[in-house]
Design a protein around this ligand. Sequence first.
Ligand SMILES: [Zn+2]
Length: 485
Amino acid sequence: MKTYISHFRRARLSGAALLLSLGACAVNPATGGRMFSLVSEGQEIDIGQQAMAQVDAGMGLYDGPALQAYVDSVGQAMAAVSERPELPWTFKVVDDPVINAFALPGGPVYLARGIMAHFNTEAEMASVLGHEIGHITARHSVEQISRAQLMQIGLVASVVLVPELRPFGDVLGGGLGILFLKFGRDDESQSDQLGFRYMTRLGYDPQGAVDMFEILERQRDASGGTVPEWQSTHPDPGNRVLAAEQRIASSQIEGGVVRRGEYLRHIDGMMFGKDPAQGFFVEGRFVHPDLRLQFRFPEGWDTQNAPTSVLAQSPEGDAVMQLTLGEGDTPEEAADAFFDQQGIERLSARSRTVNGLRAVQGTFRVTTQQGTLDGQALFVRHGELVFRFMGYTPTERMGTYAVTFEQALESFAPMNEERWINLEPKHLEIIQVPAEMTAERFFQRFPSTVSLETVRRINGWDEGHVIAAGSLVKRVIGEGVPGDE
Ligand SMILES: [Zn+2]
């Protein structure tokens, strides 16, 4: 799983100082093995707490106090039986529709509401919480920071001075100014092992872990081989199913706490899929109902709607466009705030109107260790806010992209279409089926606004599954974002 390190640069700088004084070898608290570490427990907690503040503000927490309290209570019980019960543990649900979970150093654990929608029991959720707790107790992210520090120490001087203009590879992965660290296969298997330890200590049925990996396999097959976020940095789910089954067999643990009904009742009414209020791509445009704006990115570019920006990258990966909030109350203030940053050179700027909106448009050059980038930027006031819309590319590629950038910038416009402004999000509804029935029959009697395949997947039903009378099952209601399954 991925780990967010928002104050990575700060950690790196303090790590450089540390290296001079100690090449620390510490004992790993969860495994008892020796590990190489430049980061003390106090620093580990500090880094995690700062990153937590950024995740909470940047990604946003899901608005469901009862659900948050439930997830935290399950997580706290599991952390209490781990090797590091004294850490400042927190367990939260982020308002993100993807199948994902992640841990920050020293205590913060997050589940996305997208993975919550795919669990069917508390035991399944516990298996993922246990895995995340394992990353923290085994200090995996700390090891990652230490390794990254070692690699980066010689490169501190090359840090790009302008945070908005990080190297291309970073742009689509971030959006929060946060670096995702990937764990290795060994770390992932170790976290699976530790997760198994914690869930069985609390009496959960370890079959929940097997079921969870099967959910991931189904999701991978359904999406034509592309893996969910949570899985993308992990070993193949098929292997994890086998490993989990072997673990159960050798432990001779049979059955245990599952808590299906309790789990499902907690996610009854939870939002499902994309939240239309956060903006979405439709008919070749990006529309944002709350901000009442729209624009077009160049055709064929990879796009991402991140919490604090909307991003696009050219198919060749050599150009980026980005919409974010500008600084100040006017286009002029926003332009000055941007162009006056260290490392940015203003090449030109002029006032203009774009689709009736007051704006400043300009060109700029940024010098980085890797060479110079050229860009076009539009600072435009709309409603109470000033937006910064820009595109940039290596200087030698500007000839190729100048017209493309210009066309995109000029597409920024107000959006007042009722059909997009009043779009309701999708929600989960838990139904108690009155009689035994097939999935197809259930889909007819209790229709969903997603496909039968999606209903099967979120309920964990195989082909030919028959639902027993009285079972609690999920369906999806509400219109939601067009094309969002
Ligand atoms: Zn992991």
